[in-house]
Ligand binder design. Structure first.
Ligand SMILES: [Zn+2]
Length: 893
């Protein structure tokens, strides 16, 4: 047998922002790449360097050193510096599937300008891996992944075959000891020999006798070691047990065997050999909510509405690119995970807010375009999702006759005419406040005229509830200013003509998916109502029935009691992991409860439960027990809508306490041993336990994207990513299957440390032991979620709860019919609708195990892969495998 092959891959792992802010780390990055370029140009023995698999570091560098572009390009084109394929090294569980795909596409796009990306799905530090990652990589043309965290104990070699739910697979190289097993190699050849021998012994149980050993020569923010080429050559000279080479991951993986490898299906969330850090799903709930909102506004609103309701030439590509770049940067594992200093979290929140603002403004524009294009006047309702559906809308309509039995009047405004006489100065200041034709949230100037006679000026304003194009408001204002300048003392008679109108709540009749329909209130088959009885308060609609327990503030849902119990307990963990204090105090009952009825129906009925609790102040370091006390008032509003089988819940409080976790307990209608949670492009099933080790307790909290179901309960949420099945009955001890009876949804987790040592759930640190204030989350907290206990399609429910129908006024005069759809997609869930190079592009996925026929009636085009390459043509329909993802580029516009 010859010498063992040892492949050294020099690299750095670049957390763009973490325990220091981005700009602080960037200065170090610029120094590192400056040195790297000099080193690689001067030392041909330093053959390769891996720039961490993410293109963002290249852009970050070139922004400061544009003059070095050609030097960097020369080294990437020569294959000596490997870049990409990602734009950033994201977290895979806390962001949407679309964010992961756009990240990869942006990385590949940027990398192609530098001679191409590294042909390996490099995933060195993510806190576990999603089930669909092999399919995402395969669809972008990759055969290899490189992973570290999350790999279960059943994988006993340095590689395995990793299967996605659809059957796609990649070969996964497993970095058993992480991406830094060869960090800081010594300058001396003999010392290097001792290091290589030790590494080989460490990995002995993972390596066959003739397996090569992969040595990752780098770690967090580590610069290249200039002596590497020399010391490797010297070591090869003095011994023949090992043959060392400096190489790249693609070269190392070329020809790597697939046979005889262990197999793994689905997500990787084990803490068997490295920390999974599952507590990042629940720290800084504000960041997770901001992420969910920004993704919703861009993916579910701005993109589909702009793609479908604006002319193809008006596609707002650059605005969306700004929004996506922010969201992709934020998806970095230390960014959205919020295991970072407060300055970093502030930046992350700012980027998410800007993305959301872009999404909201673009959505408003597209919806307004629908209003302007309607043939007939009156409100129009737009459906931003693929599912045909009705739903609650708020509209403003003229108050003609009685409002009818199927609507709820929110406000009424009396009609005018009215006439007032004003002096010139008052008119001037008033006019300055009118910008364009919009007067307030409900009213627009629909006509304006100006007349003059010797006694004064007459202005007539006609006010309506629909905007009208071409009202000469600004022209009349200018004219008025000039006449007032000529006759400063004249009087101005202002005449207002405004019909009476009212703001209504109604259940809109069904609107086609990706379509529109004129506002029409549906007859209410199950009107909502709130009742105050002699000993209880109820809210319901005949489909769902909620009875409030005025003793403890919980509620019964369809007869199952105990929903909404808020449980506060200590948390002496850090941003990475929950850890209960040695002596915990649990507060799960309020001192007092009051219940108030809000909306009485018939369209929407609400009750607000106000509960007052005593929560401890903090965990005392010395005694490791909770100490102090605060009174906190928690307001929870329950909302039931006509004809909907879901209860919407909004909980608000001002958090006064440190070092604690607050969860809401939701009983399962029937005990269950499995949860089903939305994850990127699929639903994953999980049991009641997780795999861990002494260094990280396997806390069985799991992330869900927008919804999770168990035991007949479905919860849809916005940014409340962490859940746990608790209150377990049965188990091996009594010979039965263990089943949970409650789902706990984390509302808040407060900690004062980025990382900590000596925790009961994780004894060693996971990052710097930096005190933080922001992660205590002192201040206002508002969370919302919805619960259903009927058999329900969770994707439909998520659309209904998170992506409501949008109503907009219309003056008519356009060409659009009363009702229609711009795009019909059946047979699969729609993940994205956007334009690429003018063409509509639709990404769908099949959440079910059986294959499906995806129908896009009236359209033909090409199925393309995630790298944009054509796969197969289609006409109106195509087959999609169980759990498959497909992207269709449609012909025409
Ligand atoms: Zn990292």
């Amino acid at each position: 047998m010859g010498p063992r092959r040892v492949v050294v891959v020099p690299h750095t792992h670049w957390d763009r922002e973490w325990y220091d802010p981005f700009q602080t780390f960037r200065i170090r990055l610029v120094r590192l790449i400056d040195g790297l370029l000099d080193l690689m140009e001067q030392d041909s023995s330093f053959t390769h360097f891996l720039l961490d698999g993410q293109l963002a570091v290249v852009d970050d560098y070139l922004e400061i050193r544009p003059e070095n572009r050609s030097r960097l390009e020369a080294l990437t084109a020569a294959g000596r510096i490997a870049v990409g394929p990602w734009y950033v090294l994201m977290d895979e569980f806390l962001v949407s599937g679309e964010t992961i795909v756009r990240n990869l596409q942006k990385g590949i796009g940027r990398g192609n300008t530098l001679g191409g990306v590294m042909d390996v799905g490099y995933l060195p530090d993510m806190f576990g891996h999603i089930a669909q990652m092999p399919q995402i990589l395969a669809q972008a043309g990759f055969e290899h992944a490189v992973v570290w965290r999350g790999v279960p104990s059943t994988v006993d070699g340095t590689a395995f075959v990793w299967h996605a739910p659809d059957g796609s697979r990649v070969r996964a190289e497993y970095l058993v000891a992480g991406y830094g097993n060869g960090a800081a190699l010594p300058e001396d050849a003999k010392a290097l020999g001792r290091r290589v021998s030790t590494l080989t012994e460490e990995f002995a149980s993972f390596l066959a006798a003739d397996d090569p050993l992969l040595v990752m020569n780098g770690t967090d923010h580590q610069p290249p070691q200039p002596w590497l080429g020399r010391v490797v050559a010297e070591f090869n000279e003095i011994q023949d047990e090992f043959e060392l080479s400096i190489s790249s991951l693609p070269a190392y993986l070329e020809g790597a065997p697939w046979t005889t490898l262990p197999e793994w299906h689905g997500e990787l969330r084990s803490g068997a050999r490295s920390n999974l850090l599952m507590g990042v799903a629940s720290n800084r709930v504000d960041v997770k909510q901001a992420a969910a909102r920004a993704e919703r506004w861009i993916e579910r609103m701005a993109e589909p509405l702009s793609a479908l309701f604006l002319p193809s030439g008006a596609w707002p590509a650059h605005f969306l690119d700004v929004a996506w770049t922010h969201m992709i940067r934020n998806s970095a594992h230390d960014s959205v995970c919020a295991c970072s200093v407060d300055d970093v979290v502030d930046t992350v929140l700012h980027r998410y807010a800007e993305s959301r603002h872009i999404g909201q403004a673009l959505s408003d524009e597209a919806v307004a375009a629908v209003g302007r294009s309607m043939a007939e006047p009156g409100p129009v309702v737009v459906n931003p999702s693929a599912h045909d559906r009705g739903g609650l809308v708020e509209v403003v309509v003229p108050a003609v006759g009685e409002p009818g039995p199927d609507v709820q009047v929110l406000s009424e405004r009396a009609g005018l005419p009215g006439s007032i006489t004003l002096d010139g100065a008052t008119v001037r200041s008033m006019l300055g406040l009118i910008q364009g034709a919009r007067l307030d949230v409900d009213t627009y100037i629909t006509d304006v005229s100006l007349a003059e006679d010797p006694t004064g000026l007459d202005i007539t304003l006609v006010i309506g509830t629909e905007p009208r194009d071409g009202v000469p408001v600004e022209e009349i204002k200018r004219e008025l200013y000039s006449r007032l300048s000529a006759r400063p003392e004249t009087e101005v008679r202002l005449s207002l003509q405004q019909p009476p109108f009212r703001r209504l709540l109604a259940r809109q009749v069904e609107v086609p998916g990706f379509g529109w329909a004129r506002f029409a209130p549906a007859p209410l088959l199950h009107p909502a109502a709130a009742h105050q009885g002699p000993d209880s308060i109820t809210v319901g609609n005949g489909l769902v029935s909620v009875t409030i327990d005025t003793g403890d503030g919980t509620f019964a849902l369809n007869g199952v009691p105990g929903f909404g119990r808020l449980v506060d307990s200590g948390d002496f963990g850090d941003t990475y992991n929950y850890s209960p204090p040695t002596i915990d105090t649990v507060v799960d009952a309020p001192d007092s409860v009051t219940v108030d009825i809000g909306d009485q129906g018939p369209v929407r009925a609400t009750v607000t439960i106000t509960s007052v609790y005593e929560w401890p102040d903090r965990v005392d370091e010395a005694t490791r027990s909770r100490t102090g006390s605060h009174q906190v008032t928690v307001k929870t509003t329950l909302e039931v809508r006509a004809d909907e089988e879901v209860v919407r819940v909004r909980t608000q409080f001002v958090n006064p306490s440190r070092d604690h976790r607050v969860r809401v307990h939701l009983p399962l209608p029937r005990p269950d041993s499995i949860s089903r949670a939305e994850c990127a492009f699929t639903i994953v099933e999980r049991g009641l336990v997780a795999e861990g080790r002494v260094e990280e307790f396997p806390t069985p909290t799991f992330p869900s994207r927008r919804f999770v179901s168990s035991g007949g309960l479905t919860v849809v949420h916005e940014g409340l990513l962490e859940y746990e099945l608790i209150d377990i009955e049965g188990g091996p001890d009594d010979g039965s299957i263990a089943r949970a009876t409650t789902l706990a949804l984390t509302v808040l987790r407060s900690t004062g440390m980025l990382s900590r040592m000596g925790m009961t759930t994780r004894p060693m640190t996971a990052g710097p032991m930096t005190p933080l204030e922001g992660s205590q989350m002192i201040g206002p907290v508002e969370v919302s979620y919805a619960i259903a206990v009927s058999e329900t399609d969770p994707y439909r429910l998520a659309d209904e709860v998170l992506d409501p129908l949008v109503a907009t006024p219309s003056f008519g005069g356009g060409v659009r019919a009363d009702r229609g759809s711009e795009l019909t997609v059946r047979g699969a869930e729609v993940s994205a609708v956007r334009r690429q190079a003018g063409r509509l592009e639709v990404r769908v996925f099949n959440p079910r195990p059986e294959s499906t026929t995806v129908e896009i009636p009236g359209w033909s085009g090409w199925l393309i892969d995630l790298a944009g390459r054509p796969v197969a043509p289609f006409e109106g329909r195509f087959e999609l495998a169980g759990h498959g993802i497909a992207t269709a580029r449609l012909d025409g516009d």
